[in-house]
Design a protein around this ligand. Structure first.
Ligand code: DGL
Length: 274
């Protein structure tokens, strides 16, 4: 094993830090490399082909940095690229490396939260159009009905620090009323995008009583811990030094500045050309 073989965490930009933060909380002993493709974000409105191509390029960069395991913290990448990477790319390139996403772990657990069996998904246009949550959740819980709503304004609102403004209140109300128009029985909502946990408070304020909101960070972190226990051959390859490194495909200065929304401590990222 190489001395430094960190777990790679990939996102289209900075939002994936909300996932990495929860992973580091419960698995602080491992080394991590975070890569944000800020130069080409957002991925949400992009085509299947483009998201797949960008995601695979970034995953290969993380492999080159020595990562034996890469987590796609980005929902849009998990929805549009993960399956092809797992089924086509990895068997052809390096079948010993692993790439995991965020949709499956979330889908596996939702059944325990709902009583009405009506679940709402909020995500980017790409995630919603892919139907990935619907497909995955119905594998585990065929009795659950899924209702989805794309929220294209949420990512720009978060990235422009508009979280507690009337503009955000307007769009939260608009998307929630569109979601509940599809079913009044929804009792659980999944925040299926890296940025949405930052809007959780505003979303909760605008929900009917008793509706539960699930953000993914903790679920993904617990699922990773469980995966490592079940896969000692991968666990052995992940180096343990507690080191965190951050890379962005755009300006490191801009990344470090905006990372503050998602990561409480100061970040010093490095630029990586794509
Ligand atoms: N990281 C993306 C996701 O979770 C949101 C930002 C983007 O659209 O690139 O879907």
């Amino acid at each position: 094993m190489a001395n430094h073989s960190p777990i790679g965490v990939f996102d289209s930009g900075i939002g994936g830090l909300s996932i990495l933060k929860e992973i580091v909380k419960i698995l602080p002993e491992y080394d991590y490399v975070y890569l944000g493709d800020n130069a080409r974000a957002p991925y949400g409105p992009r085509s299947f082909e483009t998201v797949y191509q960008y995601t695979w390029e970034n995953v290969q960069k993380l492999f080159e940095m020595g990562c034996p395991l890469v987590i796609l913290a980005c929902n849009t990448s998990s929805a549009k690229a993960l399956r092809t990477i797992q089924q086509v790319n990895l068997p052809k390139t390096d079948s010993k490396k692993r790439v995991l996403g965020v949709i499956r772990p979330t889908s596996e657990t939702v059944g325990k939260f709902t009583k009405t069996n009506h679940i709402g998904i909020l995500g980017t246009k790409g995630t919603v159009q892919s139907d990935s949550y619907k497909i995955e959740i119905q594998k585990f819980y065929p009795e659950i009905k899924i209702f989805q709503q794309a929220c294209p304004m949420f990512v720009p609102l978060v990235e422009n620090n508009e979280i507690n403004t009337p503009a955000t209140g307007y769009f939260v109300k608009k998307y929630l009323s569109a979601l509940f128009a599809k079913s009044k029985k929804i009792d659980t909502i999944i925040l299926g995008c890296t940025h949405y946990p930052l809007l959780k408070k505003v979303i909760m304020r605008n929900l009917p009583k008793g509706v539960r909101v699930i953000s993914q960070g903790e679920i993904v972190a617990e699922s990773l811990a469980d995966y490592l226990l079940r896969h000692p051959e991968i666990k052995r390859k992940c180096s343990k030094g507690g080191k965190l490194e951050f890379y962005t495909t755009d300006s490191a200065i801009a990344f470090d500045k905006s990372a503050g929304f998602f990561w409480r401590n100061k970040i010093r990222s490095k630029h990586l050309a794509v």
